[in-house]
Design a protein around this ligand. Structure first.
Ligand code: ADP
Ligand code: MG
Length: 696
C-alpha cells in the first residue's frame, strides 16, 4: 500500500523488535516514548550525568552535592543498629573518609561486593550528612583495574515508573544499532555552514552525549534533528500550497448592492480590521484562483461578521456558501446570529447537524441541492456524502483549531473546488504561524469592537471559596450571569465530568437556577441548557471546558475558573473570552490551589495582567513549550518532538524558505536531493504530502 522506502522499515517496527525488550518493557517504552523504534530515536535525553569528576575526598569537603567517581580502600562494615537506618560501609583514599550507605541492604551481599581491605572504585551522588561525606547506593562499583568500564558521561532519559536509566540506556543502544544510513536531504552548503552532522550521526551524538552541551537545543546535532522535523513540516505545507495554486478557482464578481444591504443589516459599525479583512477576502474571491485564507482573530474580535459578509459576496455571485462549526452549540449560535441578519435581507439559511434526521433532514438536503438555501450552517455533518450543493462557492471553517491541520488536509483532499476561509481564535505566536499555516494567506483581526470594557481578572486562593460564593450571590441579585468552569482533571472526560457533577450538586444546593453543561451530554440537551442560560432562565452555568470556544452570551459577566493552574495560559484566555462581550463590567476569578508555587502564581498573573491573546500565547509558549500549549489536541498545533519553536525560530524560517526553493527547482522531488526529501517526508509520516506528487 505505502510507497515508503524499505530502508525506513526498521524504524517503523514495533519497539518489541529491539533486542532485550519483552512485553512488559515494550508497554513501558510505548508509554514513555511511543510504539515504534523511531519513537525511541526521538526520545531524547533530557540531561547527562558526568562521572568524570574524580577528586580526592579531601577536596569534596564543602563542595555542594555532586556526582563523582572515587577510589577507596574498604575499612569496615557497619550494619544498622535500628531498622530504618542505613547499612554503612566506611572507606578512605588517604585524604579523607566516606560512607557508602545502603537502605534495606543485604549484609552478606555487600560483604562480598566490598571486602574489607580491598580497593573499590565507586561512582554516584556525593552528599554531606552531619559533616560526613557519604554516597548513597553507588550507581557503579568496580575494582580499580576495571574502572574504565564506568561510563564517563551518561544520558538521562525521561522515565516512567518501572523503567530505570540503566535499562533505558541499554535499550537505546540496541535500538541505535538498527539505525540506517539515509541519503542526505540537507542542502550541502547549509549543512556545512551550520556544522550539522549526518542524520544517523546526529542521533548517535544526542544519545551518546560527549558532554553536557549535547542536551542543549543549540547543539548542532539537536539542531539538525529539529531542522529535519521542521523541514518535513514546511515541505508538506509547501506541497499543499503548490497543489492549491494549481487548483482552478472561480472569479466571483459579487453584488455591490446586496453587499451594502447586508452591511446595513448590522446594528454596529465594523472595526477597521474587520473592514480590511473583508476587503482582502473579497479581493481573493474575485480572482480566478482558489482562495485559502486564514482569519486569525482573538476571542470576541468579531469573526462572525467577517464570515457573514464574505458569504454575501459569494451569494451575490449567484452561488451558495457554507460555514462549518466544530460543535452543535456553535452551529446553533451561528444559526441565530447569521439567520437573523440573513432574514433582514431576504436570504434563506439552513442549519444541518448530526441531529437532523428523517423528513426534516430530507427537506434541508433538497433546499441545499436545488439552491434555494443560500447559506448552509452545520457541523461535520455538512461533509456527509449525501449533502449535495447546487453551487457551493465558499466554505468557511470556524474555530479551525478545533479541527486540526490533519482535518484540513482531509477536507482539501475531498477535492472541494470552493474557496476556503478558515477562522481561528487561537492567537498563535508569530514564530509558530509558519508551522501551522505556512501554506495560507493570513488576515488578522487585532482590535476589539468599540465599547468593550476590560475584564477585571483576579487570582484568588481556593481557601477563599466561601467568599467567592457569597460574591456570586450578590452578582445574581443584580442580574448578572455566571460561568463556573470546572477543573481539567486529566485527559479524561470521565473524571472531568465527575468533578463538574460534584460542583453542580454543591452549587444547586446553594443557588436556585443552576445548569450543568458537559461534553457527554446529547447535543439536544446541551442546546437546551445553553438556551436557558442565554435567555436568562439560569443564573449559573457549571461546565467543563466545552464552553471554551465561540459561545456568545453578552449578559454573562462573571466567570470563575477552578484550579486555574491546571490550564494552559492560552486556554484560560480563550475561556475568559466568553465574558466581557457586552457593555457591562466583567469579572474573571481564577481560583488556584492554595499550595501553588510562586512560579506558578507568576504564570497565572500573565493572564491577570494582559488581555492580548498574542502576548499571552507567546508567554505560554515560553513557559510551557509548544506541544503543551493548549493540549495539542485542542490547539491544532503540530506536535513537534525534536524542534523547540522557542529556541529554533531561525530554523522555522529557514525551513519555510528552503521548502519553497526546493519545490521551485524540483516540483516533483525527482532529483537526487528530491528523492532523499521524499524519504524525509516518509520518516515523519507525511504520506499525505507525498500524494501531492504526481509520480509519488
Ligand atoms: P468571535 O471572533 O469570537 O467569533 P463574534 O463574531 O462572536 O466573535 O463576535 C463577538 C461579539 O461582538 C458579538 O456579540 C458580535 O455581535 C459583536 N461584534 C462583532 N463585531 C462588532 C463591532 N464591529 N462592533 C460592535 N460589536 C461587534
Ligand atoms: Mg466565533
Amino acid at each position: 500500500m505505502t510507497g515508503r522506502p524499505f530502508i525506513l522499515d526498521p524504524l517503523f517496527q514495533a519497539v518489541k523488535t529491539v533486542p532485550g525488550v519483552g512485553p512488559r518493557m515494550s508497554k513501558l517504552l510505548e508509554k514513555v516514548a511511543g510504539p515504534r523504534v523511531s519513537d525511541l530515536y526521538w526520545h531524547l535525553p533530557a540531561g547527562v550525568i558526568d562521572r568524570r569528576f574524580s577528586p580526592k575526598l579531601r577536596d569534596l569537603i564543602g563542595v555542594a552535592e555532586a556526582v563523582a567517581t572515587v577510589t577507596i580502600r574498604i575499612e569496615g562494615h557497619f550494619p544498622p543498629k535500628r531498622p530504618g537506618l542505613p547499612y554503612r560501609i566506611k572507606g578512605t583514599d588517604g585524604t579523607g573518609w566516606i560512607d557508602l550507605t545502603f537502605f534495606h541492604a543485604q549484609g552478606d551481599y555487600l560483604e562480598v561486593q566490598f571486602p574489607v581491605g580491598e580497593d573499590r572504585t565507586v561512582s554516584g551522588r556525593i552528599e554531606h550528612y552531619n559533616g560526613l561525606l557519604q554516597m548513597p547506593h553507588p550507581d557503579y562499583v568496580t575494582t580499580p583495574e576495571t574502572a574504565h568500564l564506568i561510563p564517563a558521561i551518561e544520558p538521562v532519559y525521561p522515565l516512567t515508573a518501572g523503567l530505570t536509566q540503566k535499562v533505558s540506556a541499554k535499550i537505546m543502544k540496541a535500538a541505535l544499532a538498527k539505525i540506517p544510513v539515509l541519503d542526505e536531504w540537507l542542502d550541502p552548503a547549509y549543512q556545512a555552514r551550520e556544522q550539522m552532522p549526518r542524520w544517523h550521526e546526529a542521533l548517535q551524538q544526542v544519545h551518546n552525549p560527549a558532554d553536557e552541551s549535547a542536551v542543549s537545543p543549540e547543539h548542532p546535532a539537536r539542531r539538525r534533528l529539529a531542522y529535519d522535523e521542521l523541514l518535513a513540516n514546511q515541505l508538506t505545507m509547501a506541497l499543499m500550497r503548490v497543489n492549491q495554486r494549481q487548483q482552478k478557482g472561480r472569479a466571483l464578481a459579487g453584488d455591490e448592492s446586496l453587499f451594502q444591504k447586508a452591511l446595513a443589516a448590522f446594528p454596529f459599525e465594523l472595526t477597521g480590521s474587520q473592514k480590511s479583512a473583508i476587503a482582502q477576502i473579497r479581493e481573493d474571491l474575485q480572482k480566478p484562483l482558489r482562495m485559502h485564507r486564514l482569519l486569525q482573530g482573538d476571542v470576541g474580535s468579531g469573526k462572525t461578521a467577517v464570515a457573514f459578509l464574505s458569504m454575501i459576496h459569494a451569494i451575490g455571485s449567484g452561488c451558495q456558501a457554507a460555514i462549518m462549526a466544530p460543535t452543535e452549540i456553535l452551529a446553533r449560535q451561528h444559526e441565530k446570529t447569521i439567520g437573523a441578519l440573513a432574514a433582514k435581507i431576504g436570504l434563506k439559511v439552513v442549519t444541518l447537524t448530526g441531529r437532523d434526521k428523517g423528513k426534516a433532514r430530507a427537506a434541508m438536503l433538497e433546499s441545499i441541492a436545488d439552491g434555494s438555501a443560500h447559506i448552509v450552517i452545520g457541523t461535520h455533518a455538512l461533509f456527509q456524502e449525501d449533502v449535495l450543493f447546487k453551487d457551493l462557492a465558499l466554505v468557511i471553517i470556524d474555530e479551525q483549531h478545533r479541527f486540526g491541520v490533519h482535518q484540513r488536509l482531509l477536507l482539501n483532499e475531498k477535492g472541494q473546488t470552493a474557496d476556503m476561509l478558515v477562522m481561528t481564535a487561537t492567537p498563535i505566536p508569530r514564530t509558530l504561524t509558519l508551522t501551522v499555516y505556512g501554506d495560507m494567506e493570513v488576515s488578522i483581526l487585532n482590535e476589539k469592537p468599540a465599547g468593550r470594557q476590560p475584564i477585571d481578572t483576579r487570582l484568588v486562593s481556593d481557601e477563599r471559596l466561601e467568599e467567592v460564593l457569597q460574591g456570586l450571590q450578590r452578582k445574581i441579585e443584580t442580574g448578572d450571569r455566571i460561568y463556573w468552569v470546572c477543573p481539567l482533571v486529566e485527559e479524561s472526560e470521565k473524571l472531568d465530568l465527575a468533578a463538574a457533577e460534584e460542583r453542580f450538586a454543591m452549587m444547586s444546593h446553594r443557588f436556585k437556577r443552576v445548569g450543568l453543561l458537559h461534553g457527554r451530554m446529547k447535543p439536544a440537551e446541551k442546546d437546551a441548557v445553553m438556551e436557558k442560560f442565554a435567555r436568562g432562565e439560569l443564573d449559573i452555568l457549571v461546565s467543563t471546558t466545552v464552553i471554551e470556544v465561540g459561545v456568545d452570551v453578552p449578559e454573562a459577566t462573571v466567570m470563575v475558573i477552578e484550579h486555574a493552574e491546571r490550564f494552559g495560559l492560552a486556554q484560560l484566555h480563550q475561556l475568559r473570552g466568553r465574558i466581557g462581550r457586552g457593555s457591562g463590567k466583567s469579572v474573571c476569578i481564577l481560583l488556584y490551589n492554595s499550595k501553588l508555587s510562586e512560579i506558578a502564581k507568576k504564570r497565572l498573573s500573565t493572564i491577570r495582567d494582559s488581555e492580548d491573546g498574542f502576548f499571552i500565547s507567546e508567554q505560554d509558549l515560553k513557559l510551557r513549550g509548544a506541544g503543551e500549549m493548549l493540549g495539542t489536541r485542542q490547539s491544532g498545533l503540530p506536535e513537534f518532538r525534536l524542534a523547540h519553536p522557542e529556541f529554533h525560530t531561525d530554523l522555522i524560517q529557514t525551513a519555510f524558505d528552503d521548502a519553497r526553493l526546493i519545490l521551485d527547482r524540483d516540483p516533483q522531488l525527482l532529483s537526487e536531493r528530491g528523492l532523499a526529501l521524499r524519504t524525509l517526508l516518509y520518516l515523519f509520516e507525511r504520506d499525505t504530502a507525498i500524494k501531492y506528487l504526481r509520480s509519488g
